[in-house]
Structures are given as structure tokens and as C-alpha cells.
Design a protein around this ligand. Structure first.
Ligand SMILES: Cc1cc2nc3c(=O)[nH]c(=O)nc-3n(C[C@H](O)[C@H](O)[C@H](O)COP(=O)(O)OP(=O)(O)OC[C@H]3O[C@@H](n4cnc5c(N)ncnc54)[C@H](O)[C@@H]3O)c2cc1C
Length: 550
């Protein structure tokens, strides 16, 4: 749809961005307020699939620990849900508690966490991940089962589960619902540029937008605005629009700062002592057929008392690229991933890279593995291919049984909100520079929690860890393997004052009366959790809040 100024038309609500956050806000709001008009401004159109000016104008200073811009987001209808994995994970209480290790960076609180509870079920509906129950002990079907023989819950737990979405691609999944709502307009191929406050009162009434590739600006008038452009772009929009903060004595000091992702990687395997067939190494399916998977976690009390970062550790396959695993199926999948065209079709770049580690290694030994276990090496991948690509609810991942009862361990850890990890405008005031690295304390926490898991497994007679690196090399190994940029939080954080944060607890930008941010950038702490499911709950809550406001 092409667009000229909205003239006298004033929309009730204007939303920037059509990713999960923008679409959930729009769908919820138009459901609650069917008489109100909503417009979504979406940068992506069919021409932005390969190249776009936004990603081209991002500079990442540390490509060891942060993905390239094109690997981090998608610009198009449905946003980054076009390639997301679909892992739906819940935040924990500890993420809302200010602990010494967080260094005064926890600017939200437990009241907010509890309030969000009310919106989880609705978020789960949008993500099509079943009931918003994230603990297996509350699911009768599984409640008495443990991850492995002899495992007992204590300071280490095995009952927290992640749920898996279809994965829902928001653009295609909700296109018909959007088309069926006459009060919802989508403008594709337009960039949100500048907010205008005609009275200087903090009430912004116009958003200037431009068609991609053109300079001319058009006005969109609305009673309220929601910036849901993903963490990087929402932050860039606020940084470019410093007039949003004109009523404050200064720009919020936290804007663009405290950028966090997750530490992620593998440094050890676990060997369970009990029966191999009793180990819950793969996916569970609940009564609705939703895929679930267990994670080792540590109790909130233990993390708080020991000043450690919230971390999940799950059973995984050994490294694909290393033919030492001797699995024909894994070698076949690794070789397929290396194929120039096929490899790109099988997984998004960031995921493919996490499997191949960018290495071409031991090709002839991989081929040997494939032949040795023929035909299993082909039958297993073929079954997985069918379940993963041809079924409506896709098999979310591939986890293979180990007859030796030995599994790699994958860690996914919270990161300290550090002021030097930040997004800022470049000298042209348009480009975005991303500074991101890991602190030694981030890494030490990961190492310590592996030791805690090891001790717990030994104490309970369940198993033990086998480390892949000597102690002295562990920190360097983690620094070299951990790479994020696809889970982004912290840069427009929630706080109860503009001195500490950028938005208030209703997600309203401090200094404005009617501009909101709905993005994981508002999360002050990063948890062990992937952010999108919880962001969905915030979007549902925001729609309800706006309904009361407008
Ligand atoms: C490979 C990959 C795998 C992932 N897997 C998972 C997972 O398993 N679980 C999980 O929780 N998270 C995952 N994520 C992260 C997840 O995709 C994001 O958290 C989620 O998409 C964020 O939703 P959003 O609506 O805030 O932003 P986005 O989905 O990024 O959407 C933002 C939209 O805003 C538009 N936009 C940006 N700037 C402007 C502008 N100036 N004007 C107009 N429009 C604009 C963009 O074009 C885009 O369509 C993954 C990400 C990647 C890259």
C-alpha cells in the first residue's frame, strides 16, 4: 500500500515494527478495541530480503562474541520470527532480584514479575506453545520422572522446561487475522523516522515516515505510538529522536547502555552412571503434542546466596564438526550443512554456524562414519528431515541417543548488565555502533556452575562431568566460543525513574505522555531465558494498558 500524509485522519494507535512484539500488540489492541484504528509501520518489504540500509549501517566492534547484523534480525512482515527457532522460555524470580553480581543493574522488581503472570497464557496462545506451564512437576503426565536414573532435585533442578512454538512465523501465521480486521492497516516498506511534539508538552502527535529508498517524509498522526522495532532498531530510533526527552533535564543516562545477550556454548560432557535408556535426552511431548525439553537450573536461593548468574544447562549432542563422535547421522548432517546451497536452506546462518562452528574439519573421517553406520546414517537424518521440515508442528531440534549415556552439556547464561556494552550512534548520527564483550565475572559464573552441577551429580550418585578443557584454558575457551546478538536486552531498560532507566513499568518512554517501547530492550536483566515468549506477555499487557489509556 502506498501512503501520503494521513491528512486529518488520526489513528488511535501507531505501531512501529511487525515482529512478534508489534503484531501481538496490534492484534490484542484491535481485539479489545474493535472500534479503534491502528496502523503498523513496517520497514521490510519484498525488496529488503537480501540487503537493507538499516543492517548495512550497523557496525559490530567484536565479531568474536556478536553475530553480523544480518544474522541477528530480519526486516520484513513478521520481523525476526521469519527465522527464529521457536524456543519459548520463562524468566525466573531471581531475574527480578537485585543481586551484588548484577551491580545495581536490576531496575525492575518482583511485583512486576508477578503481574506478568496474568498475561502468560495469552502469550502462549500467540506462540502456539500450549499451556504456560514451565515446570514439569506441574504436568501430571511427567511429574514423577527425572532426567536420569538416580537424579534428585535440590540446589540443581531438572524440572524446568522450555516449550516449543511451531515455530510460529508471525507474518504468515497472522496475515489472515490482520486482513480480517478493517480497523488495522499495515504500511510495508516504510521507515519510522521522527516523532513530533507540536505543543512541546510531551504529547507526540505525528510520526514522520519515509518510503524505503526515498527522502520525502509523510506524516502519520496518532494518539499513541508503540516502538516495536526490535531491540537494536528501537534503541536506534530513541537515540536519533532525542527530542522525545526534551522535558527531562537530560537524556536518560541508561539509553543504549547495559546491552546484554547470553553466554552460550559447551565446555563439558556429562556421563550418567545409570541405565542409558532411562535418560531423558530428547524432547517430551505433552498432551497437546507440544514439544518440551528439560533444562538443568539452579534454585533462586542458591544463585542469590552464592552470587552467581542465572544459567540453564541442557543435554546436547557432541560437537558435530568433530568426527570423534563416530555417529554416522551426525556426520551426514554436518556434511549437509557444509553444502553451499543446501546448508543455507537447512538452518538460519546463526544456527548453522553454531553447528558447524564455521569449520571444515575431518571430512574423510566424517564420510567414514557415514559408511560405517549405513543405512542408519541416512535413515535417521531422513526421518528428522521429514519431522523438521514437512510437518506443520516441526521437530524443533535433533538430539541423538547415546548408548554410553554420555551427552555434551550446553550452557546458556545470564550476562551482567555492564555499562560498556552499549549501542550508540556513529558520527553521522544515523549509523549504529554495537560494543559487546564478556566480563571475566560472566565467564567465572559459568565455570562455577558447571562445578556445582558436577558435585551435585556425584553426590547423588547420578553421574559426573568430563571437561573438554583443562582449568587453565577454560576461560579463554568460553570467550572464544560464546556468540550472541540474537537475544538482545537492556538498552532501553525499565526503571522507576529516568535517572535509572528509559521506560517506566508500563513501557512508556520517560519524558513523553504517549510513546511506548515494546521490545526485549526494556528488560534490565537477561536471565537464562530466550526473551521472545516473555516479551509476548509484555505486548499483551501493553495492549490492555493502552486500551485503558486511550
Ligand atoms: C536465528 C535466530 C533464532 C532465534 N531463536 C529464538 C528462539 O528460539 N527463542 C527466542 O525467544 N528468541 C529467538 N530469537 C530472537 C527473536 O527472533 C526475537 O527476540 C524476536 O523476533 C523479537 O521480536 P520483536 O518484535 O521485538 O522484533 P523483530 O522480530 O526483530 O521485529 C522488528 C520489526 O521492526 C521492523 N523495523 C525495524 N526498524 C524499523 C523502522 N525504523 N521503521 C519501521 N519498521 C522497523 C523490522 O523490519 C522488523 O520487521 C532468534 C533470533 C534469531 C536471529
Amino acid at each position: 500500500m502506498s501512503f501520503k500524509d494521513s491528512g486529518d485522519k488520526e489513528y488511535d494507535l501507531c505501531i512501529v515494527g511487525s515482529g512478534p512484539a508489534g503484531l501481538i500488540t496490534a492484534l490484542e489492541y484491535t481485539r479489545l478495541q474493535p472500534e479503534h484504528s491502528v496502523v503498523i509501520i513496517e520497514y521490510g518489504d519484498s525488496n529488503t530480503k537480501t540487503k537493507n540500509d538499516l543492517d548495512d549501517s550497523i557496525q559490530v566492534t567484536n565479531l568474536t562474541n556478536h553475530h553480523e547484523p544480518y544474522e541477528c534480525t530480519n526486516k520484513g512482515f513478521g520481523g525476526t520470527s521469519a527465522t527464529w527457532g521457536g524456543r519459548c522460555v520463562m524468566y525466573d524470580e531471581v531475574d527480578f532480584v537485585d543481586r551484588p553480581i548484577i551491580a545495581d543493574g536490576c531496575t525492575w522488581d518482583l511485583d512486576l514479575f508477578r503481574e506478568l503472570d496474568k498475561y502468560l497464557a495469552r502469550s502462549a496462545d500467540y506462540f502456539e506453545c500450549g499451556k504456560a506451564v514451565f515446570n514439569i512437576n506441574e504436568i501430571p503426565q511427567f511429574k514423577d520422572e527425572r532426567v536420569a536414573e538416580n537424579f534428585r532435585e535440590g540446589i540443581v533442578t531438572d524440572s524446568v522446561v522450555e516449550r516449543w512454538s511451531m515455530p510460529t512465523r508471525f507474518g504468515s501465521r497472522y496475515a489472515d487475522d490482520i486482513a480480517a480486521r478493517p480497523n488495522l492497516t499495515v504500511l510495508r516498506g516504510y521507515e519510522a523516522r521522527e516523532f513530533v511534539d507540536l505543543q512541546g508538552s510531551g504529547h507526540f502527535s505525528i510520526l514522520k515516515i519515509r518510503k524505503i529508498g526515498q527522502a520525502e517524509l509523510f506524516d502519520v498522526k496518532a494518539k499513541a505510538f508503540v516502538i516495536a522495532a526490535g531491540a537494536q532498531e528501537s534503541t536506534r530510533i530513541l537515540l536519533r529522536n532525542s527530542q522525545l526527552f526534551n522535558l527531562l533535564p537530560a537524556l536518560p543516562a541508561a539509553l543504549g547502555k547495559y546491552y546484554q545477550g547470553h553466554l552460550s556454548g559447551k565446555i563439558a560432557s556429562v556421563r550418567f552412571y545409570g541405565g542409558a535408556t532411562k535418560t531423558d535426552y530428547g524432547f517430551l511431548r505433552d498432551e497437546e503434542g507440544i514439544y518440551l525439553r528439560r533444562r538443568f537450573q539452579f534454585t533462586d536461593k542458591f544463585l542469590t546466596e552464592n552470587n552467581l548468574l542465572n544459567t540453564a544447562i541442557w543435554l546436547d549432542n557432541p560437537l558435530y564438526y568433530d568426527p570423534k563422535h563416530r555417529s554416522g547421522a551426525m556426520s551426514f548432517m554436518y556434511l549437509a550443512m557444509l553444502m553451499p546451497i543446501l546448508g543455507k536452506k537447512l538452518a538460519p546462518a546463526a544456527i548453522a554456524e553454531s553447528i558447524t562452528k564455521g569449520k571444515r574439519y575431518g571430512i574423510s573421517r566424517h564420510i567414514g562414519n557415514v559408511f560405517r553406520q549405513f543405512p542408519k546414517s541416512l535413515v535417521i537424518p531422513a526421518t528428522i528431515f521429514y519431522k523438521r521440515y514437512l510437518l506443520k508442528r516441526k521437530l524443533p531440534g535433533v538430539f541423538l541417543f547415546s548408548p554410553e549415556n554420555r551427552y555434551a552439556l550446553h550452557f546458556h547464561s545470564e550476562q551482567i548488565p555492564d555499562v560498556s556494552n552499549r549501542m550508540e550512534l556513529g558520527p553521522d548520527r544515523e549509523s549504529l555502533v554495537i560494543n559487546y564483550s564478556l566480563l571475566e565475572e560472566d565467564i567465572n559464573s559459568v565455570i562455577k556452575l558447571h562445578k556445582v552441577l558436577d558435585n551435585w551429580l556425584r553426590e547423588t550418585g547420578c553421574g559426573e562431568l568430563e571437561y573438554w578443557y583443562p582449568d587453565i584454558d577454560m576461560s579463554t575457551a568460553i570467550r572464544g566460543m560464546s556468540r550472541d546478538g540474537i537475544h538482545q536486552s537492556g538498552t532501553t531498560r525499565i526503571a522507576d525513574s529516568p535517572e535509572r532507566g528509559v521506560v517506566d513499568r508500563q513501557l512508556k518512554v520517560w519524558g513523553t505522555k504517549n510513546v511506548y517501547v515494546c521490545s526485549s530492550s526494556v528488560f534490565p536483566t537477561s536471565s537464562q531465558a530466550n526473551p521472545t515468549f516473555f516479551l509476548g506477555a509484555f505486548a499483551v499487557r501493553l495492549a490492555e494498558h493502552l486500551t485503558k489509556q486511550l
